[in-house]
Design a protein around this ligand. Structure first.
Ligand code: IPE
Ligand code: IPE
Ligand code: MG
Length: 279
């Protein structure tokens, strides 16, 4: 199924309006939280929440691709999550296996490039094999880059990068004076992807939970009360709309910023809001 053939007129309108702002983020990162609480609210077991979360993933990936977002990072499983009850961890790994088995064909057909960050060798062997196959198969796609954060922890990544860097210094490949923010970044597992512009967290928690600590130095944050299983594409558009209204100053003052970026937004804004409320 070609996702671009599925876009409805209303949706096209929203996407066009967002594009017209000239301010869409290049990279969105999502802390997909609240699956358990959603399940509890429906009197279902936690795993049912994770299952429903996979449905949300499918839709958000599609909507991001259709909107022309270049990078989407999904925090799917943290290093700390390994300490959850065994049955939940096993259930999550099964879901991941199922997702990779079922979705990669469609992702590939839609030009999505799959990548992953995290301590991947801690994943069950069958999951790792599927993941590596998906990464290889989609390596030359140039549409959306879907980065799965699996068995991921930002502090782990920073320590690992430091170890690799120290080894290069010891081998004489790099001198301590050559260590810059850029060269350090290149040792992180996120080395080949740009920093996130927008971080979305679902379920209302106001914390980062060891996600991309280095990379989010200047990311815009957006927190929604919705639990991840009920986070819909319209919620994504609302987050994007909020993002387009932000003034990213990077430590400067307003008058120093590129005026093009400060162009009045009212006409496109009205179109987006109208399109969102007309659904
Ligand atoms: C997010 O939902 C999914 C993972 C962390 C794997 P949770 O499982 O954390 O759901 P809550 O936060 O307990 O509701
Ligand atoms: C963050 O959610 C990790 C993922 C979304 C994969 P958690 O549910 O693990 O975070 P805390 O424990 O509430 O901080
Ligand atoms: Mg949680």
């Amino acid at each position: 199924m070609n996702w671009n053939d599925e876009i409805t007129t209303g949706e096209h309108e929203i996407q066009q309006a967002l594009h017209a702002s000239g301010r869409l983020p290049q990279h969105i990162a999502i802390i997909m939280d609240g699956n358990g609480r959603w399940a509890q609210s429906q009197s279902l077991p936690r795993l049912a929440g994770h299952k429903q979360g996979v449905e949300t993933v499918r839709d958000i990936v599609k909507a991001s691709s259709q909107t022309g977002i270049k990078y989407l990072t999904l925090y799917a499983f943290s290093l700390e999550n390994w300490k959850r009850p065994q049955t939940e961890v096993r259930g999550l790994m099964k879901l991941l296996e199922h997702y990779l088995n079922k979705e990669v064909d469609e992702l590939h057909k839609n030009n999505v490039r799959i990548t992953a960050i995290g301590k991947l060798n801690a994943l069950p062997k069958n999951v790792l094999t599927l993941l590596q196959a998906a990464i290889e198969r989609t390596a030359t796609n140039d549409g959306l880059t879907l980065c799965l954060a699996l068995s991921y922890g930002a502090r782990w990544d920073i320590v690992r990068a430091t170890q690799l860097l120290a080894l290069d210094v010891r081998r004489g490949k790099l001198s301590p004076e050559d260590i810059t923010e850029e060269s350090f970044s290149s040792y992180l597992t996120t080395g080949s992807i740009p920093d996130p512009d927008l971080v979305i967290r679902t379920s209302g928690e106001l914390r980062i939970s060891n996600f991309l600590l280095w990379e989010i130095a200047y990311a815009e944050l957006y927190v929604t009360q919705k639990n991840f299983p009920e986070f819909a594409r319209t919620d994504l558009y609302e987050a994007l709309l909020s993002y387009t209204q932000r003034e990213r100053r990077f430590g400067l003052i307003s008058s120093q910023l590129d005026t093009k970026n400060n162009a009045p937004q009212s006409s496109y804004l009205k179109r987006v809001v109208d399109a969102l409320t007309n659904r």
